[in-house]
Design a binder for this molecule. Structure first.
Ligand code: HPA
Ligand code: ZN
Length: 318
């Protein structure tokens, strides 16, 4: 197993059905109906169809200990998948709007990261994502709310419903985040077109593009991504489950991305919903013939190069 950096995983998307049941019991809450729907094997209608289920299941996450346990479960599973470094997305707005204090979210997850460093020798950090469907004012308020915990944060990202919420809306938020020294990434080109990817790069200063599949529709953009070595964090199992690629993994655009010389790497997005963790995704890609076994070293190296680790730490993992 190649040492890998996980750069595109939503911690809320690692909330497995068994942990939902455990947390519901712990907090005296009903088990959300959605927990039973997670075992499905047929694709979701689209991104929104999935997001509705994902947000509803979060009702069971209430306390700092809940967030610690969510993080710890994920990190143990990731360690078993060969992940040596994890830059984890978290959606604070999805918790604060339910009355959970933001410090419980961030301190709970951070304590799980500290434990993983001691127990599994893993490094990692948190990337706070703004929910684009709540708009730029709410995003700015969310940024202000997390900044007192600046030392726990690696960067900012942008996720949730893409179409209708173009990156340019979030210009001021990203400017403010950059002024705080936070690293910048953004989901773009998952359902939105290549123009969303251009905006994420040119207006938000995104250093990585999460997904980016639809960048392939624009030859100039492909050339730009290649020349600037801008990473794409690609999530093949997610793309099949959300119908943002064809139904057959064999036709996944990752093969084209690698042929085009793009810095693409494989990630898991929401593994509790999309049929597996990063090792499962890699195994499925090889089984489908999308990538050859000798490309796995390149994919793993791309993930490490694309991380926000300092150069010395990258070299130690390569
Ligand atoms: N896309 C956008 N937002 C998300 C996703 C996704 O796949 N998962 C969790 N939030
Ligand atoms: Zn994602």
């Amino acid at each position: 197993m190649w040492p890998t950096a996980e750069l595109h995983v939503h911690i809320e998307g690692t909330l497995e059905a068994d942990l939902i049941e455990e947390l519901a019991a712990r907090n005296g809450l009903p088990v959300p109906e959605g927990a039973a729907l997670m075992a499905r094997t047929e694709p979701y209608r689209d991104l929104q169809d999935f997001l509705d289920l994902y947000y509803a299941n979060l009702a069971v996450l209430r306390t700092r200990a809940d967030f610690h346990d969510l993080g710890a479960r994920y990190l143990a599973r990731a360690a078993a998948a060969g992940v040596r470094h994890a830059e984890i997305f978290v959606d604070p707005q999805s918790h604060t709007e339910r009355g959970v204090p933001v410090e419980d979210v961030l301190l709970g997850l951070s304590s799980a990261l500290a434990d993983a460093r001691a127990e599994h020798g893993m490094s990692g950090g948190l990337i706070v994502c703004f929910l684009r469907h709540l708009g730029p004012d709410a995003a700015m308020a969310a940024l202000e709310e997390v900044l007192p915990h600046r030392e726990l944060l690696l960067g900012v990202g942008l996720d949730s419903s893409e179409v209708g919420y173009p990156p340019a809306l979030f210009r001021d938020v990203y400017e403010r985040a950059a002024a705080e020294g936070l690293r910048r990434v953004a989901h773009a080109g998952e359902e939105g077109g290549p123009d969303y990817v251009w905006e994420a790069l040119d207006i938000l200063g995104a250093e990585r593009i999460d997904h980016g599949n639809r960048a392939l529709e624009d030859v100039e953009l492909v050339a730009h991504l290649r020349e600037t070595r801008t990473p794409l964090t690609v999530c093949p199992l997610s793309n099949v489950a959300l119908r943002t690629s064809g139904p057959d993994l064999a036709d996944h655009p990752l093969a084209v991305m690698l042929d085009e010389g793009l810095v693409a790497s494989v990630h898991s997005d929401d593994p509790a919903y999309f049929g597996g963790y990063v090792d499962d995704a890699v195994t499925a890609l090889v089984a489908a013939g999308t990538v050859t076994p000798d490309q796995l070293g390149v994919l793993a190296a791309n993930s490490i190069v694309s991380s926000f680790l300092p150069d010395g730490a990258k070299a130690a993992l390569l």
